[in-house]
Design a protein. Structure first.
Length: 161
């Protein structure tokens, strides 16, 4: 690389949910291509699973700390953000940003987490902007990922089925 070229930063997205850890990596300004992705159950060991996943990521991509930005979300994300030097992004904000970028015509999103569910409704304001209205079901786990998995197991169905 010449002295005039600028190394592109790796952008690392980490979601530390109530049952799983998800990680994706792309290059800043490098399009939508993912360089790394991981989905793993943390079995109530959020921090340990994130550390193991980041070690795996580091060994595969040989990241340079100075050219890497980490964004973290999820129920366990805020507790780990400072330790990782990551920027915490609230879940509804993260989902809204992704939908607005990749699916700009979508009018609503239902997100089923391990222990809660969220709905985001996008309303046109008439000025090429959209208002986001979000609500969350955190009182009852019915219909969430954990409940759906338990029902599938009782019916002897695989997650794919």
């Amino acid at each position: 690389m010449s002295k005039y070229e600028v190394e592109k930063r790796h952008l690392v997205g980490v979601d530390v949910g109530s049952t799983t850890v998800k990680i994706v990596v792309c290059l800043e300004g490098g399009g939508d291509d993912l360089l790394f992705r991981l989905y793993v159950r943390h079995e109530s060991c959020q921090a340990e699973t994130v550390l193991s996943a980041l070690r795996s990521l580091q060994s595969q991509l040989k990241l340079n700390v100075g050219s890497t930005r980490i964004f973290i979300t999820g129920s366990g994300g805020s507790a780990l953000a400072g330790l990782l030097g990551a920027k915490f992004v609230q879940e509804v904000t993260a989902v809204s940003l992704a939908v607005e970028r990749f699916f700009p015509d979508v009018q609503s999103v239902v997100e089923l987490g391990g222990q809660d569910s969220k709905i985001i409704i996008f309303q046109e304001t008439g000025q090429k902007t959209r208002k986001k209205i979000a609500s969350m079901n955190d009182k009852c786990a019915g219909g969430t990922g954990a409940v759906i998995e338990k029902i599938a197991a009782k019916l002897n169905l695989s997650p794919e089925e």
